[in-house]
Design a protein around this ligand. Structure first.
Ligand code: UFG
Length: 329
């Protein structure tokens, strides 16, 4: 039996492909290569280029292979763009989930692991955030992920499909050998942006606001290494294999680091000074987002292993230094 990884050529998907293979799973990938990179895939992985909104290609995959479970990463994920083009997000993210669940139901596939987000919570009333805390997304991206979770809930009740939804906090880092990593055409994430300074691609990093009610005035986030994150997906599959019921888990380290602390960690990891400019706040940024990941620890037995920010950034640096132009190199 194989595991179908939808969106396996993207940043988080490609790290999961490696991790599942290293764990001995037979992996099949579908990706429309809209934001993903074929070069991120190992050569021996069976790859279908296509869009999960196309039920025909899903039926073809489910017919040509024996698929035990689906791991679903296909989504647009730019918060700002989602505010500008909400229907693009609902069409791709929600539409993709409808098509995928329909195909799973048609083809009798019963397990799905879903890439959800802390964006489902919106502005939290308290931190650390628990899975049972209110979900009030503040942008269409987060709303689309919440709708996708709710769709799985109702479909699982009707068709005996079981799901695990993993709500990621801030994912960073790269595969330990530096061979794959983050490469977005339009980069918005803090760690790759910081590293563009020592790469000579930007003169400084702009800190979006230093007047937040935090220890140094800059926003606090919960960063988790992409390899630790991938391990949680494997544990989620084992959990479903062992009969676990449908469930939702936060994935974060439980520790918060400020933007300035991340920049300082990057200075240590790269051995270079990184120039900083203080800019205005970015619309919609909560001051502090930190996960309570005890549920994942207790039930999935998951715990992040790479917890020093310097180590997370050093792994990203290894990838970026070796591939200053990403997969174009
Ligand atoms: N930041 C800067 N300068 C930059 C880029 C980011 O100061 O050039 C700051 C942001 O203001 C924020 C922090 O760095 O305080 C992290 O920003 P990211 O854009 O890297 O990540 P976010 O916390 O905004 O986003 C993450 C996920 C999203 C998810 C969101 C909400 O990447 O997918 O959390 O949960 F939607």
């Amino acid at each position: 039996m194989s595991v179908l990884i939808c969106g396996g050529a993207g940043y988080i998907g490609s790290h999961n492909v490696r991790a599942f293979k290293a764990h001995g799973e037979d992996v099949i990938v579908i990706d429309n290569l809209y934001t993903g990179h074929k070069a991120s895939l190992p050569e021996d992985v069976k790859f279908y280029e296509g869009d999960i909104r196309d039920g025909k290609i899903l039926d073809k995959i489910f017919t040509e292979n024996k698929i035990e479970a689906v791991v679903h990463f296909c989504a647009f994920s730019l918060v700002g763009e989602s505010v500008e083009e909400p229907l693009k997000y609902f069409d791709n993210n929600v539409g993709g989930m409808i098509s995928l669940l329909e195909a799973m139901q048609r083809n009798d596939v019963k397990k799905i692991i879903f890439s959800s987000s802390a964006a489902t919570y919106g502005e939290p009333k308290k931190v650390p955030i628990l899975e049972t805390d209110p979900t009030n997304p503040t942008n269409p991206y987060g709303e689309s992920k919440l709708i996708m979770e709710k769709m799985m809930k109702w479909v699982s009740r009707r068709y005996d499909i079981r799901y695990v939804s993993l709500r990621y906090f801030n994912v960073a880092g790269a595969w330990h050998d530096g061979s794959i990593g983050e490469d977005h055409r339009h980069e918005t994430h803090l760690v790759p942006i910081i590293l563009q300074v020592p790469l000579g691609k930007r003169p400084h990093v702009t800190v979006y606001g230093d007047d937040y009610p935090t220890k140094d005035g800059t926003c606090i986030r919960d960063y988790v290494h992409v390899e630790d994150l991938a391990r949680a997906h494997i544990l989620a599959l084992e959990y479903l294999r062992n009969g676990g019921e449908s469930n939702i888990f936060n994935l974060g380290s439980g520790d918060g680091y400020s933007v300035m602390e991340m920049i300082n960690a990057a200075r240590k990891a790269t051995g270079q000074d990184i120039a900083v400019e203080i800019g205005a706040r970015r619309a919609g940024d909560p001051a502090k987002l930190v996960a309570d990941s005890n549920k994942a620890h207790e039930i999935l037995k998951w715990q992040p292993e790479i917890t020093r920010m310097e180590d997370i950034i050093a792994s990203a640096w290894k990838w970026h230094k070796g591939h200053p132009n990403g997969y174009a190199d």
